[in-house]
Write a protein that binds this ligand. Sequence first.
Ligand SMILES: Nc1ncnc2c1ncn2[C@@H]1O[C@H](COP(=O)(O)OP(=O)(O)O)[C@@H](O)[C@H]1O
Ligand SMILES: [Mg+2]
Length: 356
Amino acid sequence: MNWDDTTDETAADRLVGASADREDQAVEAALRPKDLDEFIGQEKVREQLDLVLRAARARGATADHVLLSGAPGLGKTTLSMIIAAEMGAPIRITSGPAIQHAGDLAAILSSLQEGEVFFLDEIHRMSRPAEEMLYMAMEDFRVDVIVGKGPGATAIPLELPPFTLVGATTRAGLLPPPLRDRFGFTAHMEFYEPAELQRVIHRSAHLLDVEIGAEGAAEIAGRSRGTPRIANRLLRRVRDYAQVKADGIITREIAAAALKVYEVDARGLDRLDRGVLEALLKLFGGGPVGLSTLAVAVGEERETVEEVAEPFLVREGLLARTPRGRVATPAAWAHLGLTPPQRTMGGNGQGDLFGA
Ligand SMILES: Nc1ncnc2c1ncn2[C@@H]1O[C@H](COP(=O)(O)OP(=O)(O)O)[C@@H](O)[C@H]1O
Ligand SMILES: [Mg+2]
């Protein structure tokens, strides 16, 4: 599944998009948990990582390489910083797309200090030659620097100090197995439960000096798509509303009213998601309908519907992708408050678009 939801403008501007926009980047630094104890949820990952790091510390050794996989906004960058903090090590941050040539990678690797955490975000987007250099660096703490070109080129081996590579990816399936296998520990980040997001919201509200009740936090949490980044962003928009329209205190009513203004519904669907669902139900009787037809009906690009709207609708069990086209589930009808048409028994499975 594609979690990169920045395929076009519709995606980039979304209040419920999971990628960080410029405002997010500015405030996120202030909201990031600093150690494992402060990190909310992801119990399994936290427990396993705690063991890995404790053991390394006890041995006085550099921690094993760690791969963090999961959708955007679930805390991968945050965890990489926590790993460095817990190890008392400095951290170097870069990303796959920033490494064009193997030489770029060699330059970074050869300047690492002993025990340093090297955070490589979007590791699945690194170039192939760089990837191959990384294999050797991860396994033998060594790189071959190629000097010269053509038949006269020679490889000069360069020893590296031991370091911890922390790779992050939204698409673990895209990593070549030899790369995946070189990580000592892989953490799969899951979407968060509403109760966990509620804690994230309380914590952020405290840091932002915003007053919020338990019900207000629950209201925002339920619309945050299991994603802390979205929870924090919705919190900031609700805070604005509370300041302008009320006394600044976030109650359940204020949160609901604010998110109605921003068109984020009770399940976290925004205008685009609802548009897709509504077209599927009202124009095509719940489907099956082809992706292209559906996209034309909502006036969006195919890719936008497929990559931006659908993943969440599928995850929420509102829409199914079948070989014959997109189909709405009973939950979709219920969510939009509509009654599904009666299906003809043993028919062509098309249903009766115009009712029985
Ligand atoms: N477990 C968590 N507890 C509290 N806040 C979190 C947690 N995970 C993520 N966040 C918050 O969500 C935002 C996005 O997290 P980030 O680490 O940048 O996600 P990713 O790198 O996976 O896209 C950060 O501001 C961070 O404070
Ligand atoms: Mg990140």
